[in-house]
Design a binder for this molecule. Structure first.
Ligand SMILES: Cc1cc2nc3c(=O)[nH]c(=O)nc-3n(C[C@H](O)[C@H](O)[C@H](O)COP(=O)(O)O)c2cc1C
Length: 190
């Protein structure tokens, strides 16, 4: 069974994270790390507290950003991938500059040093040069920047369709096949 860490930060788009947890909870050994700001945005966007999510997904292990007892704070553990979704500009900056000042930043730092797949589903717009330079640093260090940027070529009908677009891209990037997004095919050609 794959071992995956999902990091949730205080960027908009908590729904992406909830969908990833829902899709992966029975498929992989899942660990979720959430920041304080993530809980704030969760209450604002989804009207639920992280404790509700913890109860809903009792098979998943949750850590707050202060809880360094998480085994993935160390590089000596087997871990297949880390997906930070949604990823704030603050966490992007901390990871790009190696701060490791909370558990999630540390786990991302470990992923980069150990060559573990790291995908940051970055959510901010417009971008300033600092964001762009931080994204570049992470890409240069081996991480993947995957903007929370749903496409329209699959003709989304609902918000859930748009969420699945981004979630599918993130899962594909860490080698988890899924059928959330049908591959594009020009309609008039076979
Ligand atoms: C409702 C709400 C939405 C936010 N959306 C974003 C966002 O889309 N992108 C972003 O970079 N920060 C966003 N922020 C700001 C972050 O939450 C803030 O910078 C925080 O310090 C991020 O901390 P973290 O990376 O530790 O979670 C938002 C804040 C609130 C309250």
């Amino acid at each position: 069974m794959k071992r995956i860490v999902i990091g949730i930060t205080g960027a908009s788009g908590i729904r992406y994270a909830l969908r990833i947890i829902d899709v992966l909870r029975k498929e992989v050994d899942l660990c979720v790390i959430y920041t304080r700001a993530a809980n704030l945005v969760m209450m604002d966007e989804e009207k639920i507290d992280i404790n509700v999510i913890k109860e809903r997904y009792s098979e998943v292990i949750f850590y707050s950003e202060d809880d360094f007892s998480c085994k993935y704070a160390s590089g000596s553990q087997d871990l297949d991938a880390v997906i930070v979704c949604p990823c704030s500009a603050a966490t992007l900056s901390s990871v790009a500059n190696g701060l490791s000042s909370n558990l999630l930043e540390r786990v991302c730092d470990v992923a980069l040093k150990e060559g573990t797949k790291l995908v940051l589903v970055f959510r901010e717009t417009p971008l300033n040069l600092i964001h762009i330079e931080n994204m570049r640093k992470i890409a240069m260090a081996g991480g993947v920047i995957l903007p929370a940027c749903p496409g329209f070529y699959n003709n989304p009908k609902t918000i859930d369709d748009m969420v699945d677009f981004v979630v599918s891209k993130a899962l594909n990037r860490v080698g988890i096949s899924n059928n959330l997004l049908k591959p594009w095919k020009y309609e008039n050609k076979s």
